[in-house]
Design a protein around this ligand. Structure first.
Ligand SMILES: [Zn+2]
Length: 374
């Protein structure tokens, strides 16, 4: 019943009765149990007038507790305190490079999380924490799994480290997966299968299939940045040559811009140049979009998603135009005729909102609630 209320499938006792087929008495009893536990609240006047007596509108109480979330990225990280719907209440940006290793980065993250709890939790309990990282995460251990651009992080116990300071259930996800879930669950929920490609300093992609993040067997699903591109030889950060990330990432564009006399080091620098209308940055980003679109043609043909979202520092009309150019000629019309190709709506907050929603979904799953009231 909590899932029906949370997902707005049924928000009155009568609607719950109709959907579940349970008796009026049983529904009333269970609603009371959920209300006593402060999981749901009756909102006066909600649900729209239906004439006559207005039915009590039931809603999941998203303000009963808070979450702390973090998005770890290559050059900087962000933290936020959110409510249970993923609404951001307070946020911080940390200038800490992922290359400094997990101990330094996680010490900075937990210090920031504690500050956020002190400043903005307003006495509410912290129900859980979520951290996204720019590399594959083993879905069983929740540890980074051979991340190509995160030296020192392979197999590192992030949940143990953070749990020492913030003793709550902690979830770890790949950043593109968290971003894909954030976008899908807030703006594209009519489409149950969504693919997001994140182009920042590196390149990654996240998949939501039938409403759930798809991790793959070892957390490697969507790791498209290191697909070898025929005829290319550029050295990649992962040690291989000719990877997509070596020719079409923010880092690759930054190197070419620097070679041409425009200093740039990261995806963030390229973003700034794009915003300034730098013609070289626009041209190189468009070209990168074409190469990414060529790879995404295979992904779209495999998955047949409803939405393909472009996100990350390089998300721009130049990248989107290039991606369409690379994608459509290499895809059958059936794979793209209902495909929406667009920029992400949540911008830089997508990962943290997605992380918060992943944590809430897990903490308040039917399984967890049934266990609590057994
Ligand atoms: Zn590579």
């Amino acid at each position: 019943m909590l899932q029906l209320i949370r997902r707005s499938t049924a928000n009155t006792r009568r609607e719950i009765q109709q959907v579940t087929g349970l008796s009026r008495v049983t529904v009333a009893q269970r609603v009371e149990t959920l209300m006593d536990a402060r999981l749901i609240a009756e909102v006066a006047g909600g649900g729209g007038a239906t004439g006559g007596r207005r039915p009590g509108h039931l809603e999941f109480d998203v303000e009963r507790s808070v979450l702390v979330v973090a998005a770890v990225d290559t050059a900087h990280s962000r933290t936020a305190l959110t409510d249970l719907s993923g609404r951001i209440l307070e946020t911080e940006t940390l200038d800490v490079s992922i290359r400094e290793g997990p101990k330094v980065v996680l010490a900075a993250l937990t210090a920031s999380m504690r500050r956020l709890i002190e400043v903005a939790a307003d006495g509410r309990t912290v129900a859980g924490a979520g951290i996204s990282v720019p590399g594959p995460v083993d879905p069983k251990t929740r540890r980074p799994s051979q991340p190509p651009i995160m030296p020192g992080w392979d197999g590192y116990p992030i949940t143990d480290h953070v749990g020492d300071t913030i003793p709550v259930p902690i979830f770890v996800e790949n950043d593109a997966d968290a971003m894909a879930f954030g976008e899908q669950s807030t703006n594209f929920s009519t489409s149950t299968s969504v693919c997001l490609v994140k182009v920042s300093t590196g390149i990654g992609s996240g998949l939501v299939i039938n409403g759930s993040v798809y991790h793959g067997i070892d957390g490697g699903a969507g790791d498209i940045g290191h697909i070898r591109i025929a005829g290319e030889d550029a050295l990649c950060q992962c040690g291989s040559r000719g990877c997509l990330a070596a020719i079409a990432s923010g880092r690759a564009i930054a190197i070419r811009l620097s070679d041409g006399g425009t200093p740039a080091r990261s995806g963030r620098d390229v973003r700034r140049l794009l915003q300034q209308g730098d013609t070289d940055a626009l041209r190189l980003t468009h070209e990168a979009g074409v190469r990414i679109g060529e790879v995404m043609a295979t992904v779209v043909s495999m998955i047949n998603p409803g939405v393909l979202i472009v996100s990350g520092d390089l998300a721009s009309s130049a990248l989107l135009a290039g991606l369409r150019e690379g994608l459509y000629p290499r895809s059958l019309p059936r794979a793209t005729r209902n495909l929406v190709v667009c920029l992400g709506a949540l911008d830089a907050n997508a990962g943290m909102i997605g992380m918060a929603r992943i944590v809430t979904d897990s903490l308040f799953s039917a399984e967890a609630i049934n266990h609590q009231f057994r």
